[in-house]
Design a protein around this ligand. Structure first.
Ligand SMILES: Nc1ncnc2c1ncn2[C@@H]1O[C@H](COP(=O)(O)OP(=O)(O)OP(=O)(O)O)[C@@H](O)[C@H]1O
Length: 281
């Protein structure tokens, strides 16, 4: 099946969509796509959450997922990242399965995500043991990450000795140390105070831009969803589908000043309009 998708993509790299009568039409995806979701179906206790859901996620871009409460944002990234099984469908990363792909995941609840028995530095290093890398390369990666994030905290401390924001910073670095092809973040800042949120948002944005990692972010905060995104993916109420997709092309790094530009206000307003239309349905 993987080769079928790739063949179809290669055949149609002329940017034109396939004819409507093509039975494999749903397998087509635009050039520049990294993740293809096709025919995704998920039911919880007889409630259909996703039914034949298709989605393309572009390579090296940040996509924010926004939608009504309980529409299935977390479930979607959990299924795509391979954490949660689905009933039917296919998800491929450049033609590979999730198991064949280096994936990073940052959870909302950092307290449960970091390992309390490991010092911060050992939490960050932890996933490297599963990659076949020499010690020098492991050290280089950790050093590079610490320098990119300009880390000022004492990494010899245990998680309980760190603030919530510092623990979430550790868990973000742990997700990035494997140099992931794809990064998933599920409301990573929602449990943090505002100052820490702004700080981490700006650091994360800088590092993601440097690393060019394909990123899918679930956020409940509209400003955050737009500020960080190259594209905002809006979902409907369940059974969940795509309500709209909006691009946001402002230059990076984006700062508080970005949020008062006409471009930001326009994208935010249009996002809100689609969201409100869905919520009222
Ligand atoms: N393990 C589960 N068992 C049963 N139902 C579930 C399970 N996980 C999620 N659901 C249901 O699926 C729906 C989508 O849940 P999900 O957490 O993905 O939505 P969400 O959009 O991320 O929610 P929120 O906006 O509250 O963060 C909800 O109705 C939820 O109750």
């Amino acid at each position: 099946m993987a080769s079928t998708v790739l063949k179809l993509a290669t055949r149609r790299e002329a940017h034109s969509a396939p004819p409507a009568e093509d039975p494999n039409r749903h397998m087509w995806f635009p050039p520049g796509t990294h993740i293809t979701v096709r025919g995704l179906t998920k039911t919880f206790d007889d409630v259909v959450l996703y039914q034949g859901f298709d989605l393309d996620i572009p390579k090296s871009k940040i996509v924010s997922v926004f939608g009504p409460n309980g529409c299935g944002k977390s479930t979607l990234i959990n299924m795509i990242s391979g954490i949660m099984p689905y009933d039917a469908g296919q998800i491929l990363f450049d033609g590979k399965t999730a198991r064949e792909t280096r994936i990073g995941y940052v959870f909302q609840n950092y307290r449960e995500a970091v390992f309390p028995w490991l010092r911060a530095i050992d939490n960050i290093r932890y996933p490297l043991q599963f990659l076949k890398l020499g010690k020098a390369e492991c050290d280089r990666r950790v050093e590079q990450l610490l320098s990119s994030f300009d880390v000022k905290i004492d990494l010899n401390r245990y998680p309980y000795q760190l603030s919530g924001g510092q623990q979430q910073l550790v868990s973000i670095m742990r997700a990035l140390v494997v140099d992931p092809e794809v990064l998933f973040l599920d409301e990573p800042f929602s449990a943090l105070d505002y100052e820490m949120t702004l700080f981490l948002r700006s650091k994360l944005q800088k590092v993601l831009t440097e690393m060019q990692v394909t990123t899918v972010l679930v956020s409940h905060d509209l400003d955050e969803a737009v500020e960080l995104a190259d594209e905002i993916l809006l979902l409907t109420k369940k059974p969940t589908n795509i309500a709209g997709r909006l691009e946001f092309n402002a230059l990076r790094p984006r700062t508080a000043e970005t949020t008062i530009t006409p471009e930001f206000i326009d994208v935010k307003t249009r996002t809100l309009e689609i969201f409100q239309r869905e919520v009222r349905k």
